[in-house]
Design a protein around this ligand. Structure first.
Ligand SMILES: C[S@@+](CC[C@H](N)C(=O)[O-])C[C@H]1O[C@@H](n2cnc3c(N)ncnc32)[C@H](O)[C@@H]1O
Length: 200
């Protein structure tokens, strides 16, 4: 058992290819694939964060589609995954929703990024923190879209996870799709380990 873990996928404030702060569009594939990873690894909820009203209308329709009786019968695994997904307009709303579910506890905000940032915590160390008996403080793991989460978000961040690197090591090629990054990071933090715990 771990402390409650949540995932937030930010669509604002996001960097574009020129480093400007932009709002990105929600991707259908992210909803399904991140929902499946969340359900597999015991994440409580996945928050899609976008301030754009039209995106709420569109994504709201998708979420409603995957909650009706036909979908339940036709594709129950997908319905179970998508049922964890929530839409919020701001990250403050995400924190408020988590506090409401966790007896008022303020969530620890943990950022992910492919690029090296200062003062990172490894997944192995953070996994140990999450598994500390008696830990009640919830955690929200934040993922980006576009070219990643803008520095403008950094004041809201408590911890930063070390990037996932391949055999080339730090500075080598590592920009994963957000779906792959979510699956790898959730496995490192929450996945069942048999035998010696991995060295991540
Ligand atoms: C920059 S977005 C890319 C969105 C892209 N359009 C896609 O196909 O998914 C990818 C997000 O996944 C996470 N991510 C990607 N590669 C990562 C890595 N090597 N280590 C840690 N997080 C990573 C970060 O949260 C990053 O903001």
């Amino acid at each position: 058992m771990t402390a409650p873990v949540y995932v937030a996928l930010l669509h604002f404030p996001i960097r574009n290819r020129n480093g400007d702060v932009v709002t990105t569009a929600v991707t259908n594939m992210d909803i399904h694939d991140i929902g499946r990873s969340a359900r597999t690894f015991g994440v409580r909820k996945v928050f899609l964060v976008t301030p754009i009203e039209m995106q709420h209308d569109l994504v709201g329709r998708i979420l409603r589609h995957w909650s009706d009786d036909h979908a339940r019968e036709y594709h129950p695994d997908r319905v179970e995954a998508v049922s964890l997904v929530r839409l919020e307009k701001t990250f403050d709303c995400v924190k408020a929703a988590i506090r409401a579910e966790c007896g008022g506890e303020e969530p620890e905000v943990v950022l992910t990024d492919a690029k090296p940032l200062p003062n990172v915590v490894s997944c192995a160390d953070y996994r140990r923190e999450l598994m500390t008996p008696g830990r009640k403080r919830p955690t929200v793991i934040v993922f980006g879209t576009g070219w990643g989460v803008s520095d403008a978000f950094h004041p809201a961040v408590d911890r930063i996870l070390a990037p996932v690197d391949g055999p080339e090591g730090a500075g080598g090629y590592n920009p994963l799709s957000v779906r792959a990054a979510v699956a790898i990071i959730l496995d490192r933090l929450l996945g069942r380990r048999t035998g010696a715990a991995g060295a991540f």
